[in-house]
Each structure stands twice: as structure tokens, then as C-alpha cells.
Design a protein around this ligand. Structure first.
Ligand code: ADP
Ligand code: ZN
Ligand code: ZN
Length: 818
């Protein structure tokens, strides 16, 4: 019977975002599986496509055949195919975009077939075969000359033989046939490694015979015999306590051979010192018992692990992963990009060594690809990575940890607009894996789910060794102003910094705004300099005296005259990190200051260099944006200062209060992690706000209750499900018209709900708070209500979508409404 493949072609266009049917030629049929990449004819072109399914019938009569299978192994696992189908629907995204998201980015990869000679069958079997099976001998000789391995097709060419010859060798165990993922775009990194050139029996005999005469050489051979992995000549010499000369001598005698071996690039090359599991304290033990019990039962439970900063959450993750490995399974650990510091990575590598793969955006294409291959081939069992690591193609997934689960960066703000948590939950239920969501300040929605029993809550209420959380002092900047202090630093903070400098202790100063001044205003006419592409004020940057847009990157030199009225009275207002640095340098001459923000960390490795300098005690003050608020563990920091707590509070979004609480709690948690204790000073113009009050008293529940009341009153999540439709385009009139038409189309869907119409409300269309970005006007429609009903409307809306002149995109459960 004929088979048909459902294929998604790899072009990002709404018009082709559905499966096309192709005939599976009989020759390809035995191999073809969902997940394979194929070449298909498409109009006059030939395109790459992804096989999503194989069926017995085609809905159309005219079907063209698949031309070629691109990879030996399917690129996508069966799970990934299903995940893609679900995620496209769940996030109202195109399948092509979802598929691209699941694959290692920016690289053309392919699976190739190669043959490796079994090490123990060396020269001896070649001689044996010479007479009986000359073709097999030719293959082995070719393989030996090629350094032990060669591509399948190359062997067929070079040894002038058929596949049967290699298969026969494989059956005898002389060679192994393998598959691996490669990319022509990525150079393989290779090193020369040593291995025995004689059988282990012969080697043992030689060691016996030469132990007296040549003890060093005998030691080298003994080392090599027990070695699990091949190693370089210099490592081998070091292991045997001798020099390279000894290894070379053995090479000349023909006992050792060097050959080239491909190695994976290790982005954290230093090789961390090993660490052992710590004895858990009672709260950790309790959490671990519950998690391990769920792991053992293969119960796909979701745990919300709420533990104050420094309470030992990471240790809980590490020991839970330990159990996962014992069970022969694999684990994914997600951390926010921003806290994917060498410090974090080192802790995982120290415990689990090279079973850990690391994925984040600062890796080079080659590094990223190498890590992906280690995951796909099962060489790695643990992935530590940012958002997209949730797609790590493990096949024996046992645990997914999401650290700092409240972080906004787990939501992708472009197509496909997925949340890593949703993907984690889907994969966990598929694998019957456990999910652990950890945070000191869980998202309001998560705690609410824990209260309803959907998640299981675990608490780590105290810091390790019952170190106290640092006392927090709130300084009212309005009072400072009344007292005549018009500077950035309050009397209290200035005094505290001075004391720390005297005692040579370290401190962290936070200001969540980069640049020098956050706006430039004309005192004569009130004009504020704005980006010409965005309705956003321009930020003044001191080093090159430019004004820049933080949304689109546009910049120009600071004008001398007001562009509106030609007045000379252009004044800079608002404070950024550059300005704070200037003030600190002036007030505390001699203090060693490191500034860390987007401007100082653009170069690869600079992020890490700054943190290392600070860690080594070569600086007194680490000044920065939210980049420095999270995940860092510097026991010598005794003071944390917040220049102004109000920056996050004034963002026009319903999560502003939550963000402020989270940011302040996180940064306060950087203080007092060592023996010397610590304190926190928060400067603010709104000291009475509950987010600031609760952060100052380290009182999550107090914050949660207040925030929940606000959400209930306003009808925000978790009380109502919220989605937004964003309409954007270069022509304002068209954007407004489209927004109106979209709202009408949506209203039709709501009306069609019948008795459930009441469950959904729409708000707008109205201009988005960021109403112009990168020369695109932005309007939005907010849809609120019961989740099932809202989703039904959105399903109908997207399925029947008109062709609009502007971009219309749906974001279900947006993180922010800017
Ligand atoms: P969190 O992730 O909650 O911020 P960490 O896991 O970073 O906390 O722990 C804070 C510090 O306490 C780390 O230096 C860690 O090594 C140490 N620590 C964690 N658990 C224990 C334990 N059971 N005994 C001793 N020290 C611990
Ligand atoms: Zn003016
Ligand atoms: Zn701009």
C-alpha cells in the first residue's frame, strides 16, 4: 500500500503553514519516519521539509514524491514532533517557527554514517584476513590509515567494495557502524590522543617483561591499559609521573599509537574542582524526600520550592539530579540567561563533571552545536541552560528544574511566544518526569496554583546555618530632599559606603537603568528628546556624549540647541548607572568600582571578567543594573544599596508591583551571605508601597496577599486568563483600521460562545503603552476571561483570520502589556 508523508516546508510564511502531502517512494519507505528532514518539490523549487506524520491516504489526488531523505537518523525525535504540533496550537504560532525553535539555531546540520574500527582488532586481524577476505582486509587497512574511523561513503569509494563487506565486518565485531550529527559550517576540533597499538594481553606481557629494565615505560603502558578514555600524550605522561620523552619512546617501539580524535569544545574549560553532596539540613531533607519519592514513583508532580535567597535550593536541585542519574534518567535545569554565570555552571560541573552540557546565547555556533550533539547522542545527561534548553532532545527525561521560576525571561517575546514552564509541564507529563519550580519570590500565579493543590509546595524558610536575612532599611528620598540633600546618595547610604571602604568590605549598588541621564528636556519649551523611530525618550550616554534609544538602538550626538525652539537650555534629568559611577568616583576617591550593565558587557566574556575581578576582591563596589541582582553568591558582600526602588514600580504594567518586590528581594539576598553579616539600604520616593514594605521585611506572604487582592479587584491573572492581540505596522491609519476589524472579528467569536459569552470580555482596541517602536505603530486588544472560553475565541479568531494589511499576532498569557 502506498504511504504518504505530511510535510511542513521550511519557509516562514502564513500561507504555507500547514502540512502538504507527498508520496513516499517505495525505496525510502523502510527508513522514513516522522521527524526526518526531506527534500520535496514545491512549485518549481526544491525545498527542505519536516515529516510530521506518515499516513495511508492523501486528501488530494495529485501528489508528488519525496525526493530525498536528508539525514540518516530523524533530526527530530518523535516527542519533538508531537511537541511542535502542540506548541504551535497552544501559542498560536506557525509550525515552521516552532520547529526552528526546537533545533540548534543558525547551523546547517546533518546526520552522517561512519565506521569505526574496534580498537582491540588491530594489525593482527588484518593479517588474518589478508588471504581469506581481501576486501574486508582492504576496508580495515583503509580505516587504520584514516586514523581509526571513516565515513561510510568514503570507505565504499576507497576500498571499492559494497555495503555487504562492511556489514560482514560489523557482524564479526571488527568494526562498529555509527551515526553522528555534523555541520559543514562548524569546524571540528581535534586533538591527538594515545592508545595501545597491541592487544591488552600483549601489553600486559610486555609490562611484566620490562618492569625492571624500563620502569617508567612500563608505568605508562599500565596507565594506558586501565584508562577509560583515550587521553593526550602530555596528560598520559603526567598520569604516569614521567615526561613526554617516555611516551615518544614507546611510540617508536610501536607499542603506542597516536591518532586524531574529535573533541567537543568545552566553553567552561577550566574543569571545576569536584564537589560532594552536602549533608542536607532538615528543610532540605524534607524537600528532597518528597522530590525523590515522586521521581521513584515516576509521578509527574510539579513542586513549587520556595526558599529564601541562600536557603540551599541549588543543593536540593543537585541532589535531586543525583537521584535522577541513579535511575538512569536525564535532567534539564533552566536558569535565567542573566544568572547563567560561570559561578552557577561551575556548581553543576563540580558535582557531575562532563555529564553536564551548557546552553546559552553567548556560546559560539560551534560550542552550541557541540553541546547539542552531546545531548542528542546521550553523551550528556544534564543540561544547564537558558529558556530554549527546555527543548533539549533527551529521550529519558526524569526531571526539569526551573530556577527563579518567576523570571520574565522564560517567556519568549517573539514568535513562537512560548513560556518555558508550559513546555516543561508538557514534556514532564509525556515522560512522567518531575518538575521543580524554585524561587525566593514565586510568581503570584504559581503560589496560587500551589494553594489550590495543583502544585506541591515545599518550603526552605531559613538560610543555611540559620544565617539571618540581612536587615533592610528604607530611606525616604522625599525627606532627604526636604533636608536639602539634592544628590543621588542619601546620608545613610553615603555613610554606609564609607564605612565599608574603611573596613575593606565589598558592596553591591543597584540601579535598574543604564546610561547617564534618562531624559533630556528643554527648560524653555518643555520638549523632551525622543527617538525618531519609537515614542520613547532618549537616554544620554556620557562617554561619547550621545543620546540613544534603548529600544531600537538609534543614536545621535547630543544636540546643542533644542530642536523645537532653538533654546540653549537643554537639561539632563533622571539618573543612570554611568551617572552613579561618576558620583561614587567623586565622593569616594580611591574606591575601586566595577560597573556592570548592557554597555559594559557587550563583548563576549566581559560579563564573566567583571564577576571574576569582583570575586577575587580586586574591587570594592559592584555597581549595575538588574544583571547584578540575581544568582550571585559573594560571601564577602556586606552592603547592598538600591539607588531608587521606584524605577520598576513606575512601568505602566499590571505586574509592576510584583517585579519591584522580586527585584528588591533578589538584590537584598546578595547581602550577608558570609560570616560578617550584612545590611541593605533601599532609597525610594514611595516608601509606603506594599511591594517595598514587604521586600524590606522579607515577607513573601504579606506581599502575596496584597497583590492577590489587587489582582482580584482588577480582574487580572490568576483570577482571569489574559491574552492580547497586538497589531503593528508602519502606517498608523492601517494599524487602527486593522485593529478595529480584528476587534469585530473577535466579537463574532465571543457571540458564538452562546451561553458562555459572559465569560469573555474584550478591551480596546487602544494604542499600546509603547505606541511606536522601530517605526512601527502598535495597537492592542486585550481579551480577558475564563481560560477555556478565551482560548476557544482565539482558536476561532486565528483559524478564520482575514488577510490584514498589518501584522496581527496573538499572545496568550503575555508577561507584560507594554
Ligand atoms: P539558594 O540557591 O537557595 O540561593 P544555595 O544553594 O546557593 O542557596 O546555598 C547557599 C550556600 O549554602 C551555598 O554556598 C551552598 O554551598 C551552601 N549550602 C547549601 N546547602 C548546604 C548544606 N546542607 N550544608 C552546608 N552548606 C550548604
Ligand atoms: Zn525647546
Ligand atoms: Zn528607538
Amino acid at each position: 500500500m502506498e504511504k504518504y508523508a505530511e510535510v511542513i516546508v521550511d519557509i516562514p510564511s502564513q500561507a504555507v503553514d500547514r502540512p502538504f502531502h507527498y508520496l513516499v517512494p517505495p525505496a525510502l519507505e523502510p527508513n522514513l519516519q516522522p521527524g526526518h528532514r526531506v527534500i520535496v518539490p514545491f512549485g518549481a523549487r526544491k525545498l527542505v521539509g519536516y515529516v510530521m506524520g506518515i499516513v495511508d491516504k492523501s486528501p488530494v489526488d495529485e501528489v508528488k514524491p519525496i525526493l530525498k531523505i536528508l539525514d540518516e537518523e530523524p533530526l527530530l525525535t518523535r516527542e519533538m514532533v508531537d511537541l511542535a504540533l502542540w506548541l504551535a496550537q497552544h501559542t498560536y504560532s506557525r509550525l515552521v517557527d516552532v520547529l526552528r525553535c526546537l533545533l540548534p539555531p543558525g547551523i546547517h546540520i546533518k546526520s552522517e554514517k561512519y565506521v569505526e574500527i574496534a580498537p582491540e582488532y588491530g594489525t593482527r586481524c588484518i593479517n588474518e584476513l589478508k588471504e581469506r577476505a581481501p576486501k574486508q582486509e582492504a576496508v580495515l587497512r583503509y580505516l587504520k590509515e584514516a586514523g581509526g574511523e571513516a565515513l561510510w561513503d568514503d570507505i565504499l569509494d576507497a576500498a571499492e567494495c559494497g555495503a555487504a563487506v562492511i556489514n560482514a565486518l560489523a557482524e564479526k565485531g571488527y568494526v562498529t557502524i555509527k551515526y553522528r550529527w555534523t555541520s559543514p559550517a562548524v569546524k571540528k576540533k581535534r586533538v591527538q590522543v594515545c592508545r595501545l597499538n597491541v592487544s591488552t594481553g600483549d601489553a600486559a606481557a610486555w609490562v611484566e617483561a620490562n618492569r625492571r629494565k624500563a620502569p617508567k615505560q612500563a608505568e605508562v603502558i599500565s596507565c594506558l591499559m586501565v584508562m577509560e578514555k583515550p587521553c593526550t600524550a602530555s596528560n598520559l605522561a603526567a598520569k604516569a609521573g614521567t615526561t613526554l620523552g617516555t611516551v615518544r619512546a614507546l611510540e617508536e617501539k610501536g607499542l603506542i599509537k597516536r591518532y586524531w580524535q574529535e573533541v567537543y569544545r568545552d566553553p567552561y574549560g577550566e574543569g571545576a574542582a569536584a564537589s560532594k553532596p552536602l549533608t542536607p539540613n532538615p528543610a532540605q531533607r524534607n524537600a528532597l524526600e518528597e522530590i525523590k519519592e515522586a521521581l521513584d514513583r515516576e509521578s509527574p508532580d510539579v513542586f513549587l520550592l520556595r526558599g529564601v535567597t541562600g536557603s540551599g535550593k541549588t543543593e536540593v536541585y543537585l541532589q535531586a539530579i543525583g537521584r535522577v542519574l541513579e535511575l538512569g534518567k536525564q535532567a534539564i535545569v533552566l536558569v535565567p540567561e542573566i544568572s547563567l554565570t560561570p559561578q552557577t555552571v561551575r556548581r553543576f560541573k563540580a558535582r557531575f563533571g562532563d555529564r553536564v552540557a551548557v546552553l546559552h546565547s553567548a556560546l559560539s555556533a560551534g560550542e552550541r552545536f557541540d553541546e547539542w550533539r552531546r545531548i542528542r547522542s546521550g553523551d550528556a545527561d544534564i543540561v544547564v541552560g537558558a529558556r530554549s534548553a527546555v527543548f533539549a532532545p533527551f529521550t529519558r527525561l526524569g526531571l526539569i528544574v526551573i530556577d527563579e521560576e518567576h523570571e520574565q525571561s522564560y517567556k519568549q517575546e517573539e514568535m513562537p511566544r512560548y513560556h518555558a514552564k508550559d513546555v516543561a509541564l508538557w514534556r514532564a507529563s509525556r515522560h512522567r518526569a518531575v518538575v521543580v519550580l524554585g524561587s525566593a519570590t514565586p510568581a503570584v500565579e504559581s503560589t496560587s496554583l500551589a494553594e489550590t493543590g495543583a502544585y506541591r509546595q515545599l518550603l526552605l524558610p531559613e538560610r543555611i546555618e540559620t544565617r539571618p536575612l540581612p536587615p533592610v532599611e528604607i530611606v525616604d528620598m522625599r525627606v532627604e530632599l526636604k533636608r536639602g540633600n539634592r544628590t543621588i546618595l542619601s546620608g545613610r547610604l553615603r555613610e554606609a559606603i564609607g564605612q565599608r571602604l574603611q573596613k575593606r568590605e565589598q558592596m553591591i549598588i543597584l540601579l535598574n537603568r543604564r546610561g547617564y541621564a534618562t531624559c533630556v528636556l528643554c527648560r524653555e519649551c518643555g520638549h523632551v528628546l525622543q527617538c525618531k523611530n519609537c515614542r520613547v525618550t532618549l537616554t544620554y550616554h556620557e562617554p561619547d556624549k550621545s543620546v540613544r534609544c534603548h529600544y531600537c538602538g538609534w543614536q545621535m550626538p547630543l544636540p546643542r540647541l533644542c530642536p523645537e525652539c532653538r533654546s540653549q537650555l537643554l537639561r539632563r534629568f533622571g539618573v543612570g548607572t554611568q551617572r552613579v559611577e561618576e558620583v561614587l568616583v567623586r565622593e569616594f576617591p580611591g574606591a575601586r568600582i566595577l560597573r556592570m550593565d548592557m554597555d559594559t558587557t557587550r563583548r563576549k566574556g566581559s560579563h564573566r571578567a567583571i564577576l571574576t575581578t569582583f570575586e577575587q576582591g580586586k574591587a570594592d563596589i559592584l555597581l549595575g543594573t538588574q544583571m547584578i541582582a540575581k544568582g550571585l553568591d559573594f560571601p564577602s558582600v556586606t552592603l547592598v544599596g538600591v539607588i531608587t526602588a521606584d524605577t520598576a514600580l513606575n512601568i505602566p504594567d499590571f505586574r509592576a508591583g510584583e517585579r519591584t518586590f522580586q527585584l528588591l528581594t533578589q538584590v537584598a539576598g546578595r547581602a550577608g551571605r558570609g560570616d560578617k553579616g550584612g545590611e541593605v539600604i533601599i532609597q525610594t520616593y514611595t516608601p509606603e508601597h506594599y511591594s517595598i514594605q514587604a521586600a524590606a521585611s522579607h515577607h513573601y506572604t504579606a506581599f502575596y496577599r496584597e497583590e492577590l487582592a489587587f489582582r482580584r479587584e482588577m480582574g487580572y491573572p490568576p483570577y482571569k486568563f489574559l491574552a492580547r492581540i497586538l497589531i503593528s505596522g508602519p502606517v498608523e491609519r492601517e494599524v487602527i483600521d486593522t485593529a478595529q476589524r480584528a476587534a469585530e472579528a473577535l466579537q463574532l467569536q465571543i457571540d458564538a460562545l452562546g451561553p458562555r459569552t459572559e465569560d469573555v470580555g474584550i478591551f480596546g482596541p487602544s494604542p499600546a503603552p509603547l505606541s511606536l517602536v522601530r517605526n512601527r505603530y502598535r495597537w492592542h486588544i486585550i481579551v480577558k476571561g475564563e481560560e477555556g472560553a478565551v482560548r476557544r475565541c482565539l482558536d476561532g479568531f486565528t483559524a478564520n483570520q482575514d488577510t490584514y494589511p498589518c501584522s496581527v499576532s496573538v499572545d496568550a498569557a503575555p508577561c507584560a502589556l507594554l
